[in-house]
Write a protein that binds this ligand. Structure first.
Ligand code: SF4
Length: 169
């Protein structure tokens, strides 16, 4: 099946699985910045507590190299009430794997599957996916570049929109 048709179908599947919006984007349009991990290190109570998070996740420098091996991706937006972006991107990844084995999903926030991560061997490798920000992706710039509306959240009372990403091929 042609890639564009597969990706269009996956966008529809993403909506069925709970995404509010799904858009096909170029991998070139994914913005990676070195400062993003500062926000994990000095803004997130889960820093260093999940295998999917820094300092265990690849650095922004490694992510730039990883992205150079991709041309297409799907960016997903979820409403603030949505709880499990990880499960959706893992399922979409599986949906693309048979035709495009380079498929890889990235989620939002710390991995939610264990109360306490063992920080050695992941016990749910089929579901655990890193967040976009853990890899140094500037989610705001990437989402705005793709035409999504996203405002900066400044307090814990404000509700963020969540984003996920499926790297396709
Ligand atoms: S599934 Fe469990 S072991 Fe694997 S990264 Fe997530 S929290 Fe850690």
């Amino acid at each position: 099946m042609a890639l564009s048709k597969s990706l269009e179908e996956l966008c529809q599947k993403a909506i069925k699985l709970g995404a509010a919006e799904a858009k096909i984007i170029k991998a070139n349009d994914i913005v990676v910045r070195d400062w993003v991990r500062l926000k994990c290190q000095y803004g997130c109570s889960e820093y260093g507590k999940r295998l999917t998070c820094p300092p265990y996740s690849p650095t922004p420098e490694q992510m730039r190299k990883i992205l150079s091996g991709y041309s297409s991706a799907i960016l997903l937006r979820f409403e603030p009430t949505w709880k499990n972006v990880h499960r959706v991107v893992a399922e979409l990844e599986r949906g693309l794997l048979s035709g495009y084995y380079s498929a890889f999903g990235l989620a939002s926030g710390p991995c939610p599957f264990c109360k306490k991560c063992n920080l050695r061997n992941c016990i749910h490798p089929e579901l655990a996916r890193p967040s976009m920000e853990a890899y140094g992706i500037d989610v705001y710039a990437t989402a705005r570049g793709a035409g999504f509306t996203i405002e900066v959240v400044r307090t814990r009372k404000e509700k963020p929109k969540y984003f996920g990403l499926l790297l396709a091929i």
